[in-house]
Design a protein around this ligand. Structure first.
Ligand code: NAP
Length: 261
């Protein structure tokens, strides 16, 4: 099978590296010449990656077309292509609905939305799919944890949660910088904070889902350090700002879909 990526940006590179380095994928991958430095680097690193000059040429030579341009470019880029009814279109574009994709990708109706995250490069992280699709899941489950839903409104919940990334890295960096300002050298501080966040996150995936609701309470002793810190943060609105922020992103994703229809 040949997979062609329309757009050779950050997430395309992460997927390709994950597929070849982690999953030892053996198929051919085509990438657009766009982002020339990156497409060249990928084709030099992986013998099965080939750079293609024109989008139509890439579409004709691919069994699957992965749409990995920016959301505002999707409609124009896809509509300009002649796509066969037997081709699968996998869109990574945030906020572009199945209806809009199917209309731009006609006559094929085999369209799947996927949200990968950058750690996919290391075979880690969630990969949301809508609608569920066995073949797409078979490919992406080699480099992450696939979660499929049929309802696009539910899929938008994953889109909203994927926006937590910058906040998370800001937190790791914020704690590291705070330690540094207090006199600790950055490598020692970072060694501690990265191991801390890594271990705490790792523990969550080892729990049954219902245990997530009690993990926070279980690690607080009354009057203890964790209880004090959490109470202070919640007084400052941390808990509320988490759900308010998610609601904002969800509203944005839903209103983008409403404007299309
Ligand atoms: N980055 C993430 O963590 C992430 C996660 C999930 C989903 N996504 C989605 O994935 C998509 C790509 O994101 P990204 O972060 O990888 O963006 P990016 O790094 O900006 O990459 C966009 C790519 O599209 C290319 N491009 C632009 N116009 C094109 C055209 N007409 N024909 C062919 N290629 C064209 C760009 O080439 P030039 O550089 O030459 O302009 C670039 O290679 C977005 O829709 C985003 O919503 C991203």
């Amino acid at each position: 099978m040949i997979i062609g990526f329309l757009g050779t940006g950050v997430i395309t590179e992460a997927i390709i590296r994950g597929l070849y380095d982690v999953a030892h994928y053996e198929g051919t991958i085509l990438v657009s010449r766009r982002s020339e430095e990156r497409s060249q680097r990928l084709s030099e690193t992986y013998p099965d990656v080939r750079v293609v000059d024109q989008n139509q040429e890439l579409a004709e030579q691919s069994d699957w077309i992965v749409v990995s341009v920016l959301p505002e470019q999707v409609s124009q880029v896809l509509s300009a292509l002649v796509i066969r009814p037997d081709q699968k279109v996998v869109s990574l574009a945030a906020g572009i609905s199945l209806d809009e994709l199917r209309s731009a990708a006609a006559p094929t109706t085999d369209v799947v939305r996927v949200i990968p995250m950058p750690p996919i490069e290391y075979g880690l992280g969630p990969i949301a799919l809508c609608p569920p699709d066995d073949a797409t899941q078979a490919l992406f489950s080699r480099i992450g944890t696939c979660v499929s839903v049929s309802d696009e409104n539910q899929f938008n919940l994953f889109g909203a949660a994927s926006a937590l990334m910058a906040d998370f890295y800001g937190q790791v960096s914020g704690v590291t910088q705070w330690m540094n300002k207090k006199g600790l050298d950055v490598p020692t501080a970072a060694r501690y904070t990265t191991a801390l966040y890594h271990a705490l996150a790792d523990l969550t995936v080892r729990q049954p889902p219902e245990a997530l609701q009690t993990m926070s309470a279980d690690c607080q002793t009354p009057g203890g350090l964790n209880a004090q810190f959490l109470a202070r943060r919640n007084r400052l609105g941390a808990n509320q700002s988490l759900t308010d922020g998610l609601e904002d992103i969800l509203n944005r994703l839903e209103s983008a879909a409403d404007q299309e229809s």
